[in-house]
Design a protein around this ligand. Sequence first.
Ligand code: PLP
Length: 286
Amino acid sequence: STVYLNGQFILASDAKISPMDRGFLFGDGIYEVIPSYQGRFVGFEPHITRLHSGLSQLSIHHGKTLADWTEICQSLLNHNRAQLGNNLAVYIQVSRGTDTKRNHAFPLNISPTIFAYAFAIAAEPVPDKAKAHTYNVITGNDLRWQRCHIKSTSLLGNVLHYQQGVEQGAHEILLFDRDGNLTEGAAVNVFVIKNGEIATPPLSNKLLPGITRLLLLQILRQHSTLNVVERDISFEEVMAADEIWLTSSSKEIAPVLKVNDTPVGNGEVGDIWLAAQRLFSAHKYD
Ligand code: PLP
């Protein structure tokens, strides 16, 4: 495949990054994953806004504009569509760059390493109960750092939580902070539905401001009369929910059927999920 590295489109097999890159040594970088179907990106602008926000919080100066990213990402689709198909996500990673020695302090006068590549993703999710990809999850204490709002490439905290789920035969893990409130999953945001109320935890340093979360909230508020709130959600509320959804760029809205082996609601894909995924599918490119 063809990838983008520091201003050039080259074969993946020719792409080389120094082991002295701070992305490798420290996880000192920011990343994004932007999905596209049939050449159209979902949420392109908010993804780039979040990328720029993360880079600015780390004082990584890159000089790229929305137009630059659009050109890079569209070119990656064009270069790779024939080989990889029409459902492609673009992964972008910007690290602080390559230093001559390993030193915690930000080096002066280095330029960031900018890498992007396209990879094939599953078919576009559809609002059809029979075709929904469903998930079983476990729960756990959120042991990550207190900067979870930054989409950092330092993902060890998330990786260890995800693996906890895998080792217990689950697909994801719902995480709870020290006050017992839901934060998010290892790689997803979470929505909890009860008596017609659709709730998700409010944005804070405890969770990633997911773009799917953002688009879903906007779409539901603009195009439905469903009751949508951002508020704290307790463990008890999670266990008593009618429906639970996981959201992410690759999953869109995914129903959870079991938490810790307990069925969620009636244990089937819910009616409110169907309504929400229908609205999301209809408006995600608006
Ligand atoms: N939370 C975490 C920790 C994530 O890694 C992700 C994305 O992979 C999400 C939430 C969902 O974010 P988005 O909808 O922007 O993909």
